[in-house]
Design a binder for this molecule. Sequence first.
Ligand code: NAD
Length: 380
Amino acid sequence: MSFVTESSINEDFVFLDKMSEHEQVVFCNDKATGLRAIIAIHNTTLGPALGGCRMQPYRSLDAALNDVLRLSKGMSYKCAAADVDFGGGKAVIIGDPLTDKSPELFRAFGQFVESLGGRFYTGTDMGTTMDDFVYAKKETNNIVGVPEAYGGSGDSSIPTATGVLGGIKATNQILFGKDNLQGVTYAIQGLGKVGFKVAEGLLDEGADLYVTDINEKSIQAIQERAKTMSGSVKVVSNNDIYSQEADVFVPCAFGGIVNDDTISQFKVKAIAGSANNQLATEEHGIQLAEKGILYAPDYIINSGGLIQVADELYGANKERVLMKTREIYNVILKVYQEAELNQITTMEAANQICEKLMEGRGKRNSFYTPSIKPKWDIRK
Ligand code: NAD
């Protein structure tokens, strides 16, 4: 028998308080496969929730819950900014991606997704791969971003890089009054799936780059590529990338790179890159503005991949994805203009634009329920 104590009641309230902004939080447990997961649906005003599924060996249930609540809220804003008809959601699987994966585990996860009846769509994120979701897709159609051979739309880093290049053009428009990529210098951190394509796009226009990566093969590859293009590449060390005398810093490796250590090192006029959660805290966004560094909000400039996976649900179409991804240029311009007009940070301006979109639509429908009822609907 367990006793309810005053302290356990308080803990319960803290727990509920954390979820108060969310529409629905589902704890998934399947003994047979060892699946332990949480699905969080933050807001479906704009449509069914969409967001990737992470797999990590979280230290505690609380750590997993915090992560999924924070990430699913971020997806509501990202979907609103990208103008896709989806709301914000996210899932986390508690487990080690190196040792705890099995086809059965992802099929069980797919069944939980299916049980939400179309209120949640998901796909890969940190620790999960497209192949994992091929198994989940055997149990539910509400999966995006699988390989093209399984009906997906393929490599999402292509539209992500296109969107980043558009965001950089908008940034140059504000900084220099013209949106050419040429004649501006860039410091690129990370030459992976997105960073390499961004570097190629810039070199193609004749831009001069400082680059860094921990992977020597990526460095060699971009040096080779530069030989056939009009721009130039200078390799710098991982630590020196923050202090380069470039115009724009382009973070394409990991989050939290605008922090107490780096902020005093930046000599750039702007930061515009693909990495998620670039600001270590909101306060760092204010510090960037005080230093006169223009910041392209990460969840807008890197939304090309999201646009692609959201588009799959209309039947994958690369032309339509490109057309929508090009809009990122205009959204970033609007964010800069609103921030200037209202004397707020660009992150605050981005959040306000997204909140207005959700409020406006909320007057017609405050949350999403699938219009097609399951065949076994007992209410009939
Ligand atoms: P990736 O893993 O392919 O590339 C990351 C690159 O950064 C790698 O080449 C890696 O070697 C390098 N790197 C890691 N640590 C480094 C360090 N200390 N210094 C320099 N380089 C380092 O990842 P990606 O898909 O290209 O994504 C890059 C970033 O963009 C991530 O933050 C990701 O979350 C974000 N993002 C990606 C997409 C997408 O479509 N792939 C969409 C939205 C956001």
